[in-house]
Design a protein around this ligand. Structure first.
Ligand SMILES: [Zn+2]
Ligand SMILES: [Zn+2]
Length: 413
């Protein structure tokens, strides 16, 4: 009651009478904004969680980034509003300090009306009002920490921005308390100064979360600290000889990846695909934030050449050749079948030609069958002759290996 009486006496002095009225209004505006913010957060969060559909084949994660941008910009508006008001009160204080008593006489009636509702805190029951305010601050600050840690765990910019929405609630109440305390202690400057500090805090948070959501919206690079553990997971998968061009982009809590993995160049397509699938499974298992991963399979050249420059050069030349000659498998089949049928018709029959293209060099694996009456030594001599003939037929063929099929043919699907 002593505090209350002192405050009443103080407010009659008319230090922050008009300011109090404006602050009540601006508190209401802040409250209104925060309700809108909750709506934005909820709507964009729900929109982002919807599964992908025909209209949005990459999912709806960007709605979350968009919502975070919306909340961030409204945090900036809130910060601006608080700062504007604080500066306004400060100017009023500076102007009214010399003739405080005159001001009291002019605004006496006004002050009595609004002094009791200064900063939205009920001063008729100061202990109750104070404990209620402190409880509200604690709850809001608690919500801030819970939402913030959840946002950091899930990598959600929306949650981090929303956490700051809770905190801006809490700090606004702290400012109100400081304002009341300042008035009671006769230090009216505390109110606007606290307002400026809080405005700075909200401004910083708004800029940070807003910047983060803009980065998400423009598909900015995911930091190496996120990609490095994923890369470790990939290269530990059995059959993976290396990986490159790992990149990611974020859409809210979703992380989309694409990566080139290097596998043994002599693997079959299905075996290489299986390795790709186990890479995908392992990534999803170890990194739950990854929504989708696109895996491109490259033949590994690590055993052929250690020099990366050579590798790049040969890959470029390979690309050029590929574009020049798209049906090399068919070409190789034609060349091999032509030679075997014209020069080795009675000795072997062609069953399958497998083309390998390594660093621009063509290697052929030719599967044949021969008469069971032949001696293995004779078969080897015939094969050597045939290999020479095939290499001579086309300059791009670097190596031919003729293989005798002994078991049944793998049925072609
Ligand atoms: Zn590649
Ligand atoms: Zn697949």
């Amino acid at each position: 009651m002593v505090i209350l009486r002192e405050f009443k006496k103080d407010s009659r002095l008319g230090i922050t009478g008009l300011g109090a009225h404006m602050f009540t209004f601006s508190c209401f505006m802040v409250f209104l904004k925060l309700q809108v913010l909750s709506g934005i957060a909820l709507l964009s969060f729900r929109a982002a969680k919807a599964p992908r559909d025909k209209e949005h084949p990459y999912g709806h994660g960007k709605f979350e980034s968009l919502g975070a941008l919306g909340i961030s910009s409204m945090l900036l508006v809130t910060a601006g509003g608080i700062a504007w008001h604080a500066v306004d009160v400060l100017q009023g204080l500076i102007a009214s300090t010399p003739d405080m008593i005159n001001g009291t006489l002019q605004h006496g009636h006004h002050n009595n009306d609004h002094g009791g509702h200064h900063h939205g805190i009920d001063l008729e029951h100061p202990v109750l009002a104070l404990s209620m305010t402190i409880a509200a601050i604690s709850v809001k600050e608690g919500l801030y920490w819970i939402t913030k840690s959840a946002g950091e765990r899930e990598g959600s910019g929306l949650m981090k921005a929303n956490a700051w929405h809770h905190r801006s609630d809490a700090v606004s109440s702290v400012v109100a308390l400081i304002g009341v305390g300042g008035t009671i202690l006769g230090v009216p400057y505390l109110d606007p100064l606290a307002g400026l500090v809080v405005s700075g805090m909200i401004l910083k948070a708004g800029i940070e979360t807003g910047y983060g959501s803009v980065l998400e919206l423009v598909d900015a690079a995911v930091p190496p600290s996120v990609l490095e553990p994923i890369k470790q997971t990939i290269i530990q998968v059995e059959g993976v000889k290396g990986c490159h061009r790992l990149r990611g982009r974020k859409a809210g809590t979703s992380l989309y990846l694409d990566v080139h993995i290097e596998v043994d160049p002599f693997l079959s397509v299905s075996a290489a695909h299986d390795i790709g699938e186990s890479v995908r499974r392992q990534i999803h298992k170890s990194h739950s934030q990854v929504t989708e991963v696109f895996i491109h399979i490259d033949p590994s050249y690590s055993e052929c050449s250690a020099n990366k420059l050579d590798l790049r050069k040969s890959m470029e030349s390979e690309e050029r050749e590929n574009s020049k000659n798209i049906s090399r498998q068919q070409d190789a089949e034609a060349i091999v079948s032509d030679i075997l049928s014209s020069h080795f018709s009675g000795k072997m029959s062609l069953e399958r030609t497998i083309l390998h293209s390594l660093q621009g060099k063509v290697l052929l694996q030719v599967q044949v069958s021969m008469s069971p009456e032949l001696l293995i030594q004779d078969a080897m001599d015939i094969a050597k002759e045939a290999e020479k003939a095939i290499i001579k037929a086309n300059s791009s063929i670097h190596h031919v290996s003729i293989q005798l099929r002994l078991g049944p043919l793998i049925s072609q699907l």
